[in-house]
Design a binder for this molecule. Structure first.
Ligand SMILES: [Zn+2]
Length: 259
């Protein structure tokens, strides 16, 4: 590794840690419809404002030993975990040279990974894929697909991703009188369709439904889940999409048609 690569990788990791810290704010506030800019973060227990040096990703958690400096309330381990994870993702995705095209790809894939992570945690916690995050996802995806894919790929993929799940949800509603998928899931599928294309999105719908059904049945049987309580489906879409986008070799092993 030469010195330039070392600089780039260190910078990318630190940048990722900072974005991870911001992503914690997004995950906490967006589902509650609060601003992600103001006010500054404060301790949820004693409401003391957190100073900038108490808010350094990872470092502050370690120095504060996971407790609020004022009231000693425990800080959730989720914060440093997400910071570390986003730092690692940035490090792994960062190109090792200064090639512009590689960096444009990095911006897209790093943003995509952040969208996946935020959606995942928020959906598990609130059974919701917020519109604001879907809108951000759409905005970063449009230039990427216009540059990288032919019209048919993103147009047909997007239509299948949006109309397929919408149709299924409609029939499910007619049949059972309840919604199978939430509006957030349908919009998310639609945007993913732009990126994955027709075959990829069909694969995703099929595999995430399989995975969700298996996990759902296991959880109902083991009484971890009440079958009348809404069930977060987003994480299954995200797990499958992450495999398709970041680990296509794995998908080829599982799926006969590949990506
Ligand atoms: Zn406190």
């Amino acid at each position: 590794m030469d010195i330039l690569e070392l600089y780039i990788k260190s910078f990318s990791a630190i940048f990722g840690l900072l974005v991870g810290s911001f992503l914690n704010v997004v995950i906490l506030r967006v589902p509650r419809n609060q601003s992600i800019v103001k006010p500054r973060s404060s301790c949820p227990k004693c409401h003391k404002q957190i100073k900038w040096y108490e808010n350094l990703p990872l470092v502050s958690y370690i120095l504060l030993r996971g407790k609020c400096s004022h009231c000693k309330a425990k800080i959730s381990w989720r914060y440093p975990l997400i910071e570390a994870l986003v730092g690692l993702i940035s490090l792994l995705l960062a190109p090792s040279s200064l090639n512009i095209e590689a960096w444009l790809n990095y911006i897209f894939y790093f943003s995509l990974a952040c969208v996946f992570l935020a959606h995942f945690v928020i959906d598990v916690e609130h059974q919701l894929l917020p519109d604001k995050i879907n809108l951000f996802f759409l905005i970063i995806s449009i230039p990427y697909v216009l540059i990288n894919f032919p019209l048919y790929h993103w147009l047909v993929g997007g239509l299948i991703g949006f109309l397929g799940p919408l149709g299924v949800t409609y029939f499910y509603y007619k049949l059972r009188g309840q919604l199978g998928l939430g509006g957030g899931d349908i919009k998310f599928f639609g945007i993913l369709g732009l990126i994955l294309g027709p075959v990829g999105i069909l694969n995703n719908i099929f595999m995430s439904c399989m995975l969700g059904s298996i996990v759902g049945v296991v959880m109902i049987l083991s009484k971890k889940l009440d079958k009348d309580v809404p069930f977060a489906f987003g994480p299954f879409i995200i797990i499958v999409a992450s495999l398709q986008i970041f680990f296509p070799e794995v998908v080829e092993l599982i799926s006969p048609v590949g990506l």
